[in-house]
Each structure stands twice: as C-alpha cells, then as structure tokens.
Design a protein around this ligand. Structure first.
Ligand SMILES: [Zn+2]
Length: 467
C-alpha cells in the first residue's frame, strides 16, 4: 500500500517547502521537490494519490497530556480510549500519551497492566503512557526502573491535592533521585496544595460556593512558588523536570530562571490558558463550572505572557490536559460547593486548530506551530524521529491541513463524548482535511475511516532532550 500526497507545502520545525510525499507500508518512503522529475513515476507507483494543492502537510499532532476514562471521585472522565482517540484524530492529532494512575497501596506495574487493559485494542491512533506516582516507597521507587524498561519513562507527581495524589518534598526528592539514575523524566503538577486547601476551606466557610471561587482560591503565586520549589529539588538531585499545564506568569518566571542557569527544566502549557480566563469561570447559572480545571484559567494578562513563553522556548510544548466531564450530572456534582466540581476540560480535538489561530494572529510562526504541537513532544518523550517529523523512514502520520477553510467550534459538531464545548461558537480559520496514521487514511472528505485497535502502544525511548 502506497500513498502519494502531491502539490502541498511540507511544514517542519525548521520551516516550509513545497514537496511531494510518498508513503510505503506504514512509513514515509520519500520526499521530493515538485520539479525533481519524480512525480510522474511516483504517481504510477502509488495506490492512492491525494491532491494537497494549497494545503499544508504537517507531522501528526502529538498530545502528551490526556486522561481518557480517568477515575475521579466515584465518576470517570467521559471519553474512553476509543472515543477520545477518535476525537483526537478528527483534529489532526495522531499520537497521545495518557496517564496511568497509581492509587495508594497499588503497585506501578499492576497499574500499568490495568491501563493496557483499558487502551489496548481500543485506540484509533498510537498511544503511550506516563505513570502517576501517588505512593512513594521503597518498592515503587524500584518499580520506576521496571516502568522505564516497559517503555514508560516519565512519572508525574503532585504538589497539589493533599490526601489524594499529594507528594511531600521528601517524596519528590526520592523520586527525582531515582529518575536521575534511570534517565527518566519527572513531570510535576506544581501548585501549593497545602496552602490552597486552607483558602478553599475559608471560602466555603464564608459561603463562597460558586465556580469562580475555584480560581480565586488557587492564586498564581502558589503555582509560581511550587514551580520554583520543584526546580530547586530538581537542581539538588540533578534530575530533569517537566512542568505540566503551566498557566501563569509567576510559574513561567520560575521556569525561565531555572533554564537560564542551565537546568534541564521544561514546561508545557495548554490551549485553555492561552484562550480562556477567569471571566469564563464567573459565568452565571453554574456555567462557570465548565471551565473548572487545575491550575485554573487565569486573568487575561497571563495569556500574552504564555504566548511569549512559547516564542522564547521557556514553554516548549502545548498539550491539552484533556479530561472531560459532562456538564449534566458530572460538573453538577459541585453545585453549592465548587470544591466538588470534577476538575477537567475537553480539548483533545481542538489543539491543532487553536494553535493555528496563534499563527493566524501572528503569535507563532508556522514552524513554531509544528514544533510545539508535534516535533518537541516527540523529542521530549522519546518518539523522535519515528514521530514528530515528515522525513524518509518516519511513520507516515501526516495531516493535510487547509489553512483557508473556516469552521465554528461547537458541542453540536465536535466528536468528543461530552455535552458541551469550552469554545462554543468560536470561529476558527484552518481545518484538518485528511489525516494519515501510519499511512492509513483515518479522516478524509469529512468522514472517519479509522477503527478501534489500529492504534498501537508506543514503547518509548528516553527523552532525546537529555542525551
Ligand atoms: Zn492532567
């Protein structure tokens, strides 16, 4: 099986050039300049020819932060691996890395087995796992090495959520020491949960129960403080560090300071922090609950800072933290008590489009769009050059993107298994036209041609940023 995509503009982290792309089997066989004289021969050889005139060809998006069917307070995030990966590929994402969630008292390897049972055979696109460590002890520290051997070499810890996932500074230090030895990457949810829990209790005692108080009780300073503390612990242990879902100026300043002194500290942000704000969380009639996630969406002035951080590479990745809960029955659990609103947000389908709006608005170059959405995620998490680039020998994960098409985001048209859109009514310039996953056409002509079980587990190598 061979596909020729001709007439398009191939984008990479270093720029754009006109080229034809030929796939063979599951991989990219060759890339040729349109005037190199190969197009006729390649057209004869290909089983299928896709005309990409006027369109971009970009390496498939890689979303390194998703939570499919994640257990949360007696309920689950509503996208399964099947529905969530299908929605992802509609939006031009061809790889996800999801979080296996250790519960206290369970082993890391049995947790990993359970996540394989959920995902294997159900994904439309390729997928990998990170491991959430909720319980640091001698045995789980040893198991970190076994996870690395099983292709799971990034471990998320929490400075937030006391009593649930919260890790003490001492526990973080121990896990970082282990990561420094086995080459893995510690990912950090950096918010000072001990202080935040006091602010939450005070607000509720005053009768401040509306969704907006979720944001007001998690000030940006407490994200900045935790980010700095995580960076200091990483420095002492000589471990690399990756800050997840960075949302604010103080946190970005902490990352920048660490990087300026030569530390391997990296950070991602998410589209919600670039586009949404605390004004959304203040919407009446409990509408604000739709925007409740942690860290919270901030006041508008943080957004400019985050776009700048993406340009200066203090922010090197954009992921979604996709963790959808329906408004009806799930978000509504928190009516009368904002602290009971399930934290999380649907987003896996719209990341590529929302970042393209950054290109349209002049915030990002085309090359930087591809870099933060695909190439750097691949390098950061040990998938490059198999993923993250259109190059001979790489997996044929290719998005044909029409930069001139327009669309309006809405729950009525999206493919995520959730009853609202956080971007309802937003007009977007640019749209996915065709998506290939390992040379299989999964989306084309406004139709889905994929199947659950096409996606394979990715046994990841160590981060290529650390070698
Ligand atoms: Zn998350």
């Amino acid at each position: 099986m061979s596909i020729l995509i001709r007439g398009g503009t191939v984008l990479s982290a270093s720029g754009a050039h006109a080229a034809d792309v030929l796939t063979s089997g599951e991989r990219i066989a060759g890339i040729a300049a349109p005037d190199a004289g190969l197009t006729e021969d390649w057209t004869r050889r290909a089983d299928t020819v896709i005309d990409a005139t006027g369109k971009y060809l970009l390496p498939g998006g890689i979303d390194v932060h998703t939570h499919m069917e994640m257990p949360f307070g007696g309920t689950h995030s509503v996208d399964t691996f099947e529905t969530g990966t299908r929605a992802a590929v509609w939006g031009g994402t061809t790889t996800i890395i999801d979080f296996a969630v250790q519960q206290k008292g369970q082993s890391l390897l049995s947790t990993l087995d359970r996540w394989h049972q959920k995902a294997d055979g159900n994904c439309a696109i390729d997928y990998g796992f990170h491991m959430i460590i909720a319980d640091v002890n001698d045995s789980t520290l040893k198991e970190m090495d076994a996870c690395v051997a099983a292709g799971v070499n990034s471990f998320k810890m929490f400075m937030a959520y006391p009593g649930v996932f919260y890790a003490t500074d001492g526990e973080i230090l121990l896990a970082m020491q282990r990561a420094a030895e086995n080459g893995s990457l510690i990912m950090m949810h950096a918010e000072n949960g001990i202080a935040i829990d006091q602010l939450v209790a005070q607000a509720l005692a005053k009768g401040q129960t509306d969704p907006v108080h979720h944001g007001l009780t998690r000030p940006a300073e407490l994200e900045g403080e935790a980010t700095h503390r995580a960076a200091v612990l990483a420095k002492v242990t000589r471990a690399p560090l990756y800050i997840v879902h960075l949302s604010s100026e103080p946190a970005l300043a902490a990352v920048r300071d660490a990087r300026d002194t030569g530390q391997n500290v990296f950070a991602e942000t998410c589209p919600q922090y670039l586009y949404l704000s605390i004004e959304d969380m203040a919407k009446p009639d409990f509408e604000g609950s739709k925007y409740v996630c942690s860290p919270p969406v901030r006041s508008r002035e943080h957004q400019d800072t985050l776009w700048r951080g993406l340009r200066t590479n203090d922010l090197s990745v954009v992921s979604t933290d996709h963790c959808p809960f329906c408004f009806n029955e799930q978000k509504e659990l928190g009516r009368g008590d904002f602290s009971k609103i399930p934290n999380g947000f649907p987003g896996v389908e719209h990341r590529m489009d929302l970042l393209h709006q950054g290109v349209v608005a002049g915030e990002l170059s085309l090359a930087r769009w591809v870099e933060v959405a695909s190439t750097t995620p691949a390098r950061m998490f040990g998938l490059y050059p198999r993923k993250g680039v259109i190059a001979a020998g790489s997996d044929a994960d290719i998005v044909v993107y029409d930069p001139a098409a327009t669309q309006t985001l809405s729950a009525a048209t999206h493919h995520m298994n959730v009853d609202y859109s956080a971007y309802e009514g937003m007009d977007i310039t640019g749209k996915v036209d065709t998506v290939l996953s390992r040379s299989r056409v999964v989306v084309a002509g406004g139709e889905y041609h994929g199947s659950a079980g096409h996606g394979r587990f990715l046994n990841r190598e160590l981060s290529q940023y650390l070698l």
